[in-house]
Ligand binder design. Sequence first.
Ligand code: ADP
Ligand code: ASP
Ligand code: MG
Length: 441
Amino acid sequence: MIVQKFGGTSVGSAGPIARLAEIVRAHRDRSPVVVVSAVGGVTNKLFALANQALAGSDTRAEFAALAAQHQTILKELGLPEATIARELGELERLVSGIGLIRELTPRTMDQLASFGERLSVRIVAAHLTQSGTPARAFEAHEVGLVTDGRFGGARPLPESEAAIRAALEGVRECPVITGYIGRDKQGNITTLGRGGSDYSAAIFGAALGAQEIQIWTDVDGVMSADPRIVPQARQVPMLSFAEAAELAFFGAKVLHPATMVPAIEKNIPIRVLNSFRPEHPGTGVVARLSEDQRALKSITSKDRIAVVSIVAAPMLNQYGFLERIADVFARHEIVVDMIATSEVSVALTTDASAKLEPVVEELSRFSEARVLRELAMISIVGEELQSSLRVPARVFARLEALKVRVEMISYGATRNNLCFLVPRERLREVVLELHRELFEA
Ligand code: ADP
Ligand code: ASP
Ligand code: MG
């Protein structure tokens, strides 16, 4: 069997949903399990609705627009409005509840955010059934996915694996499962973090021992750069798990960073495909590349990066210093991207800029800590970096020619990745120039 995940634009309106059904049908001999995201843009709208309700504003017009967006799709597909009546009713009550009590906990936010996927699975399953592929909508928890209780960034619990297998075993129809969401042991709805449907697909694929995890999106696979920054970006035919993980972690939105974790564990290949051009082979992501596939793959970037620089002269030459720093970041649940050290100082980067104040306060008890903001991180990814200095040499020659101030450099941890910081106002220009130098020459 295979898992097929369809992202927001692939379920964005009636046309794409009809195409989705054709894609599923074309693979029917491989028993697809379908995972879907919310209709494109809906999760953002749910976040906006939550904040509006919290602020005490009237949300009736926005709610009506959201309901109408889904009902238009149903109508265009010739499906009854009743398909999603229960979910819409529940959503409406939740929004007005937030407006009444004027409180929005992470738990309530996850519950609200879950409606995007809970609505879309109903529509997709109803359309599949109507068009000749008997299908059944499931919320992920109904088919075994149990997560921890970290709202907004939950992770599956180990018992999910057997539970998923057991739950789907007897299902004869094509399962259409919500991406992005799960439930904790207490039954609270959780989310896996923005863009988390890719991760959901990998979790189900790994649990079911799928032959392949297909990620259907709106581009021809992974590209040599974000096509919104570099219009002439090229399609990348093959990536290793390690390369894909680096790309995703360092900013390529096309895959959620955790997607590769279950795939690596069970060695299940991933394929990123274009639902608007299903005949295109897309990008394959596999455990090991052949020698001729070990090339330079892509440039990716993350905007709004902060550096925390920590100086502690008394710690000179003492062990345990790094551990103490790491402990502070861990307790505040801040993910660190990049680290550089010298004898008396350490610098760490993170995109969690907004959460740094208490961290700095705590670090200041045993060191001099300060934060540098307004930076962007650029990563150049590819296994070619393991074997040659051609790429770093060209990158730094270009940076010098552009007179760009480089804040921090990281190279060597996996040797699939060369990473550095530049002032954020120069991000676009540098990415375009390095793409030209490395991929267009
Ligand atoms: P989906 O809703 O299908 O999950 P996303 O918007 O999450 O789609 O991801 C696909 C988008 O990721 C593309 O439309 C593209 O704009 C963006 N993107 C950023 N970096 C890359 C890259 N290196 N390769 C391909 N797409 C990228
Ligand atoms: N709908 C969710 C989001 O917009 C999850 C996803 O699209 O993968 O973040
Ligand atoms: Mg996505």
